[in-house]
Design a protein around this ligand. Structure first.
Ligand code: NAD
Length: 256
């Protein structure tokens, strides 16, 4: 379905980004994986995806906290039909104790990177008359929780940026949307489970259901495959008129 299209997925050597890159490769897109780490295993991961799905898959290192590196990533890829802005980090502290450098870093990686990559990618999309910009926001792009001021400000910003880019590209064969996942079982979230079990004196299943997924009415994690499948849908003809919107994959969190 996506043969001949090039997809760039920021922050894709783990978790949701890796799942999205794999889904896009399975759908036939050539993929560019990214993170800032530039390890042998990052390049090997791309090679494995390419071999498994019979597509071109490359790993390009770039630090999404730096605007010039965001733009250089798009240029180095040599083409971008599908841009998935996924790189993101989290930090938790009350607003009055929130370290300024953490605030700046979260805003840079979780929000400003999407501005820079989108600005750099739109020219080629317009020239081809087709493009997809898909921003991985969060349920926290639509609602708030205490102690996550920078993350929530950034994710609300991503939703606003998505709507604006949709209006600026409407009718040009380009769409821009934000996906808003609730809790997704990624290595990052998996790593928190033992600490939560210890802190609450609960077994794995109870801590997941009663603590981690308290705000997710389905009491089930979303999966990286479900996020990947939604990205592939947004790249399909069925989604040609889906633009400027959010798609929640949150087990009912934002319906509460
Ligand atoms: P993760 O930690 O597994 O993945 C984050 C990715 O971003 C990694 O590939 C990492 O290398 C990359 N990254 C971090 N800093 C970077 C930088 N400076 N430059 C380039 N790459 C960088 O986490 P994840 O759970 O897969 O999260 C991916 C995205 O999904 C994030 O934007 C996150 O906010 C969002 N999200 C996650 C969940 C969840 O429950 N896991 C829920 C909602 C939204």
């Amino acid at each position: 379905m996506l043969k001949g299209k090039t997809a760039i997925i920021t922050g894709s050597n783990s978790g949701i980004g890796l799942g999205v890159a794999t889904s896009l490769a399975r759908a036939g897109a050539d993929v560019v994986l990214n993170s800032f780490t530039d390890r042998e295993e990052d390049h090997a991961m791309a090679a494995r995806i390419g071999a498994e799905h019979g597509v071109s898959a490359r790993y390009l290192a770039a630090d999404m906290s730096k605007g010039d590196q965001c733009r250089a990533l798009i240029a180095a890829a040599g083409g971008c039909d599908i841009l998935v802005n996924n790189a993101g980090i989290q930090y938790v502290a009350p607003v009055e104790d929130f370290p300024t450098e953490k605030w700046d870093q979260i805003l840079a990686i979780n929000l400003s990177s999407a501005f820079h990559t989108t600005a750099a990618a739109l020219g080629a999309m317009r020239a081809r008359g087709w493009g997809r910009v898909i921003n991985i926001a969060s349920a926290h792009g639509l609602t708030a929780s205490p102690f996550k001021s920078a993350y929530i400000a950034a994710k609300h910003g991503v939703v606003g940026l998505s709507k604006t880019v949709a209006l600026e590209t409407a009718g040009q064969g380009i769409t821009c949307n934000a996906i808003c996942p609730g809790y997704v079982l990624t290595p990052l979230v998996e790593a928190q489970i033992p600490d939560q079990m210890k802190a609450h004196g609960m077994d794995r299943e109870t801590v997941i259901r009663e603590v981690m997924l308290l705000r997710q009415p389905s009491r089930q994690f979303a999966t990286v495959e479900q996020i990947g499948g939604t990205v592939v849908y947004l790249c399909s003809g069925a989604a040609d008129q889906v633009t400027g919107t959010t798609i929640s994959i949150d087990g009912g969190w934002t319906a509460l």
